[in-house]
Design a protein around this ligand. Structure first.
Ligand SMILES: [Zn+2]
Length: 499
């Protein structure tokens, strides 16, 4: 039925007549349906119960779009309380969203937990740096001074001396997140916000890379996702070296093994969670030879942990450091060695059109990337867009990240609106939930569904985005089938509860 409408409209397009008088209302109606057919979810056939929920969502969306304050048009830090009150958001929280395919391990868990739980553990030292930042370190003895830290204080002792522990904890949280009540004043441009962004990662590292914390951290991270009705994760991680209280250092293999064990334990405790895999990431600031070594190491680690390692990516701000083409010798290594190392490149997270960085998108595709992280610039690259569509290379859309990192202010103007209207392969993710103050994927789904998709995005759009997260995951076919079946059961229950 759907196909026959499509064929009729395609035929109609060939014979469309433009007249000076009143356009034919039937022809107009058919053309509008043809456009809707092309959008993300446009070809999803909804059941009667789904149609009922869809009509209700449409009504809610009309109401939110005509309200005095429209959250997607406002900076997320100010829009967050509005979104939390939204009926659509509350429904999205309950909706089974499938998989989170673009999250960084250093920003997986809410900073509140890091401060209120982790920094209250014994042996946690703090140091205030010359550039108004902090460092944390767990140690069973007074740590030695470092170049960036001359004086370490035991947090337990420091807290005992402080009169306002809540205020102190809030100040610690400020070092771990980008959240502020005045985002425009505090972050006037991309350089300033990225500087704070990179700094926050360094602050978190002292806590997260403590071996016992890392276990709890992963477990907590999976829990936060599962609570938001997500059932599978692909986590980008540099597999930083972890340390014990006595200074013992663990390598990357230890980190992967820990991740594997924690995931297994989490699935035992939560059988409706399918699992998690790692995309090994290295920073773009490294030299070509260091990236070569990292690629070789990733190949070895993938061989040793085939169920856990999904592939490889390069992270860090695209604008400031090496492009993919700059690293071409390193990135060609797997092919030269006759092995497969799937790539999941961040590419096109830029608004600098026509620069070398802007070419990352095409290069990512030339290096046969499996998905594109962000692809913010993709709408401006017709050829790259065509290639990614033909090869089913999905874009990982992270709307809140793009807004907070100052690529776009009003999310209605996000270029992904073009991609959504064309049904481009796409998944929704949250990039750095802890840094942006989001949990799970519901906030980003809200922005994509209400802001970027606008009134024409419907329940079919949401359904396709959730299914896409399984379809474009790195899971082998049999696990995709399992994941899809588990998701379908959850989806059916969600529809029953909400129609
Ligand atoms: Zn990212």
């Amino acid at each position: 039925m759907v196909i026959s409408i499509c064929q009729a409209v395609v035929t109609l397009l060939w014979f469309i007549r433009v007249t000076d008088g009143m356009p034919d209302p039937a022809q107009r109606d058919l053309l509008m349906r043809q456009e809707a057919f092309r959008q993300t979810g446009g070809q999803v056939a909804l059941t009667a119960a789904e149609q009922k929920l869809d009509a209700y969502l449409h009504h809610l969306k009309e109401r939110e779009m005509s309200a005095a304050q429209f959250p997607p048009a406002i900076h997320f830090f100010r829009a967050k309380p509005l979104i939390q009150k939204s009926s659509i958001f509350k429904m999205l929280q309950k909706m089974p969203k499938g998989a989170a395919l673009h999250i960084h391990s250093s920003s997986l868990v809410s900073v509140e937990w890091l401060v209120k739980n982790v920094t209250y553990r014994p042996h946690c030292y703090i140091c205030f740096t010359w550039d108004n930042s902090v460092r944390f370190l767990f140690s069973d003895r007074q740590p030695f001074p470092r170049w960036d830290c001359f004086y370490w204080q035991l947090l337990q002792t420091l807290r005992a001396k402080i009169g306002d522990p809540t205020g102190f904890d809030n100040s610690l949280m400020q070092h771990l997140t980008l959240f502020t009540e005045d985002p425009d004043g505090e972050y006037p441009n991309q350089d300033v916000v990225w500087e704070k962004f990179e700094k926050a990662f360094i602050v978190a590292a002292g806590l997260i890379t403590h071996a016992p914390v890392l276990r709890d951290y992963y477990y907590k991270g999976l829990g936060e996702l599962q609570l938001d009705n997500i059932m599978y994760l692909e986590l980008r991680s540099g597999l930083s070296r972890t340390y014990e209280l006595d200074g013992t250092i663990h390598d990357k293999a230890w980190c992967l093994k820990t991740f594997q064990e924690v995931t297994k334990k989490f699935i035992e405790d939560h059988p409706d969670f399918l699992g998690a895999r790692i995309i090994i990431s290295v920073h773009r600031a490294l030299s070509v030879s260091a990236v070569k070594a990292a690629v070789k190491e990733a190949i070895q680690l993938q061989k040793a942990f085939p169920d856990i390692v999904a592939g490889f990516d390069m992270v860090g701000r695209e604008n400031s450091v090496g492009t993919l083409w700059y690293f071409r010798e390193a990135l060609s290594l797997p092919a030269e060695m006759g092995v497969t190392l799937p790539y999941f490149f961040h590419a096109g997270e830029t608004d600098d059109e026509g620069t070398d960085v802007d070419q990352n998108l095409l290069d990512a595709l030339l290096f046969n990337t499996t998905r594109i992280g962000h692809g913010y610039a993709l709408a401006h690259h017709p050829l790259a867009k065509e290639l990614s569509r033909k090869r089913n290379v999905a874009v990982e859309l992270c709307p809140i990240s793009n807004q907070v990192l100052k690529l776009v202010s009003d999310l209605r103007n996000h270029p992904a609106a073009v991609l959504m209207s064309e049904g481009h392969p796409m998944v929704i993710s949250s990039d750095d939930p802890a840094l942006f103050g989001t949990t799970g994927l519901s906030y980003d789904f809200y922005q994509a569904f209400v802001g970027i998709g606008g009134l024409k995005a419907n329940l079919g759009t949401l359904k396709e985005l959730a299914v896409n997260s399984i379809r474009y995951s790195s899971l082998p076919p049999h696990l995709k089938d399992t994941c899809y079946a588990m998701w379908q059961n959850k989806w059916d229950a969600f529809i029953v509860d909400h129609s």
